[in-house]
Design a protein around this ligand. Sequence first.
Ligand code: TRH
Length: 381
Amino acid sequence: MSAVRLWDIFCTVVDNYGDIGVTWRLARQLVDEHDQQVRLWVDDLNSFARICRALDPTRPQQVCQGVDIRLWPLDFHADPQLADIVIEAFACTLPSRQIEAMQQRQQPPLWINLEYLTAEAWIDDCHGLPSRQQGLNKFFFFPGFSERSGGLICERSLRLQRERWQAATSLRQQWLAELGLPPAAENSLFLSLFTYESTALPALIQHWQQAAQPIVCLIPQGRSLISLADLIPNAAPGLHWQQGALTIHILPMTDQPGYDQLLWSCDLNLVRGEDSFLRAQWAARPFIWHIYPQQEAAHLDKLDAFLQRYCATLSAPCRQAITALSHAYDAGDGESAVSAWKEVMSCWPEWQKHAAEWPRQALAGGDLASRLVIFCENRLK
Ligand code: TRH
């Protein structure tokens, strides 16, 4: 049992939901599973409220699920009760008054920069290293898939919850009904689509219309719809669209547990960023990762590092098909995406089996929150 510590987590909302999605999840897990006290400082409560229904964006301070949530205002003043551990999420740059308060303490808080997740091998040599900044040590914590990295965010009870959901088909039927969706044919292939824009998408949509089995595509409101503007001009939550074998339902955004249920209910999930990417893995179903694009295509190294790790034990045709589909989606190449889709379908049982086994393998060295707590305890002792 580790000591009860006070944590400050600082998060800026860049342009999507990933940064707040990850920090909110981590904050809850530190409270729920490690009995820690957590203040989460966020500069944009409106975006936060999109993925957390209980949050009132007009209140600058409130407690949600045991986490003390604070608006991080422009004129930030450090709380007189300084935390034991200060997390700067994704190099968001701490407020200068926070740094000053930390510098004034004889034993300053443990300062950690929580990095973006990557499967690249180089992080193993950098994970946990300090760097001297403004007279203080700042430690770099790298989430990752290897034993030596900071691990992956995953709640303790998640596997059981997901297994229960997937074992009871009635739960999915009930969930579909609650969303106002008609019951689907039993042999339907369910897809969820929460990606960025991709010009590969219209070609895939056209291909799915000609499929031999019915395809149901569930699309939460968001950027994927921009690529379908010609096909579905007035796409909005509640809209149903049907052509040939394909039915599309546009869904409202839900909170994070609701999004997990969507992932658990689908046969294949197209996801993005960092958090939905991980949640798709924990859904134990095949998925395609539309990675967050970076300048000079720096994201492609990250994508390939992950694909190499994820596909390492698969047959060559299956590995090639998943890799080709991921690359084609990223490049917005519709023709290649359709031909890779056909390849993927021909190794479908192998991929399903692998997806079901993957979470155990990926989490073998322990989850991120547990590794983070141990990391901090070792330095605060
Ligand atoms: O929103 P994102 O594109 O976030 C990205 C990435 O994190 C990227 O690494 C970062 O650099 C960039 O932001 C600034 O994708 P991501 O990470 O998948 O986050 C989406 C969050 O939204 C995730 O926590 C799940 C949540 N979500 C819901 O809670 N309900 C929903 O209905 C949906 C669709 C998503």
